[in-house]
Design a protein around this ligand. Structure first.
Ligand code: GDP
Ligand code: MG
Length: 441
């Protein structure tokens, strides 16, 4: 994977006071192979590598970072840039309803997305209306209705037998209906073909002209890799779109499609879909995708999860987990991030679930130290976080290099973690919160 290759490439840079051009070329070569393996389109890879080389060669040796860290920083920044930089939000119309049209190949995930987007908008206080304009496949309308019901939103569909077989007409009437019934967002689901074809493009373009969407979202299956680029270009030229939605990111796609589509079409990725359930869906964050591609963990998502996890119920669950001795480094990191989000440590000790001694330990940790601990855990693979017992000598070495700390600090963290886990287990035995009935302190 990209992160393995990067780690080994960076290993050779370790300890150097200054990066030579040969060092940079060698590292760039590794990154190039990794990107191609991740199915990133060749022109995108070329441009990316050229940029990395130029920046790395021009980089001043910084006092704060060692050369390896400097390269990671550059690679990360360039990745974020290529993925679109800032998170792009949905454009809402000044005069509702906002019309969002979905376009893409059959099976890309449009209908599923219609439901996900509707639910997401509904949670934010909008009143979306789904409009069924896929009249191509016999059960496409029913599929959208089912999805709509699950999301708890209304679906506008042609009534069977009243002669409405024209998707353009359905789209037009759908928007009208939204105005009547006070829906402030209209999501227009359209038909797709298995391959790009002219009739499909014409139909989509006609619907576009009829409803003048505020956003046309090109929906693309992240698992199709290189083909995503050809398809995206065809839709850009045939229909035009204002944003991209990547679906099926829960597959083992390493982000190749994401990198390519954004770069080739120049249009931002707005949302990512990562599962079949309606809430497997989120705003696309370039920085998080970059860290996922780099294999450095999805830190910001963890922070959000930690925030959300900090309600009483979750705290109780965590306490139960601590008690069973199943605590992982992932939990440890999550707890730490949750703690940090809450402000100065002293303020929050009272919020931790019934773990007196753990609180004392945390109270002795200052923010700088937490930074380093976080960096170390971020440098571990998911498997290592889940089962810290596997972190042997060579893994410690690798983790130390990746997170810019000494092996001793890694040892320290791992040892402290095991101590904490043992302690929690003993305490759970004594106070009985392993069974789930924890104190909410
Ligand atoms: P459409 O033809 O573009 O409308 O695509 P559908 O919404 O019908 O989706 C095609 C298939 O992909 C369905 O079986 C969906 O359940 C599945 N699907 C859609 N989005 C995702 C996703 O993000 N992850 C996974 N695993 N499956 C998805
Ligand atoms: Mg569909």
């Amino acid at each position: 994977t990209l992160s393995d290759r990067l780690t080994s490439a960076l290993q050779t840079l370790r300890g150097k006071g200054k990066l030579t051009d040969a060092d940079i070329d060698a590292t760039a070569r590794e990154i190039r192979i990794a990107l191609l393996e991740a199915d990133v389109a060749l022109p995108v890879v070329r441009e990316f590598i050229a940029q990395i080389k130029q920046r790395a060669k021009g980089a001043e040796v910084s006092g704060a970072l060692n050369p390896a860290q400097q390269v990671v920083k550059i690679v990360n920044e360039e990745l974020i840039g290529i993925l679109g930089g800032e998170t792009r939000r949905l454009n809402l119309a000044k005069n509702p309803p906002t019309v969002i049209m979905l376009a893409g190949l059959q099976g890309a995930g449009k209908t599923t997305l219609a439901g996900k987007l509707a639910l997401w908008l509904k949670k934010q206080g909008h009143a979306p209306l789904l409009v069924a304009c896929d009249l191509q496949r016999p059960n496409a309308v029913t599929q959208l209705q089912v999805v709509g019901e699950r999301a708890g939103v209304t679906t506008f569909a042609p009534e069977p037998g009243n002669g409405v077989g024209d998707p353009v007409e359905v789209a037009r009437r759908g928007v009208e209906e939204a105005r009547h019934a006070q829906h402030d967002v209209v999501i227009v689901d359209t038909a797709g073909r298995l391959g790009v074809d002219e009739e499909l493009m014409r139909q989509a373009a006609d619907i576009r002209d009829a409803v003048k969407p505020d956003e046309t979202l090109f929906v693309v299956d992240a698992m199709i890799g290189q083909d995503a680029v050809t398809t995206a270009e065809a839709f850009r030229d045939g229909v035009g779109f204002t944003g991209v939605v990547l679906t099926k990111l829960d597959g083992d796609a390493r982000g190749g499609a994401a990198l390519s589509v954004r770069q080739v079409t120049g249009q931002p990725i707005l949302f990512a879909s990562n599962g079949e359930k309606l809430d497997d869906f989120d705003i696309f964050h370039p920085d998080r995708m970059a860290s996922r591609i780099l294999g450095m963990g999805d830190l910001l998502t963890l922070i959000e999860q930690a925030e959300q996890a900090f309600d009483a119920e979750q705290a109780e669950k965590a306490a139960a987990k601590l008690g069973t001795g199943q605590l992982t480094l992932e939990d440890f990191l999550e707890q730490m991030l949750a703690v940090r989000k809450m402000g100065p440590i002293g303020n929050l000790l009272g919020m931790l679930p019934g773990a007196g001694q753990m609180k004392e330990q945390l109270a002795q940790v200052d923010d700088k130290h937490l930074d380093r601990l976080q960096a170390i855990i971020r440098g571990m693979t998911p498997a290592e976080r889940a089962d810290p017992k596997i972190i042997n000598g060579s893994r410690r070495q690798r983790i130390a290099v990746g997170s810019g700390v000494t092996v001793r600090e890694v040892n320290d963290l791992v040892n402290r973690f095991f101590e904490a886990r043992k302690m929690m287990q003993q305490m759970a035995g004594r106070f009985g919160f392993g069974g789930g009935g924890g104190s909410k302190a």
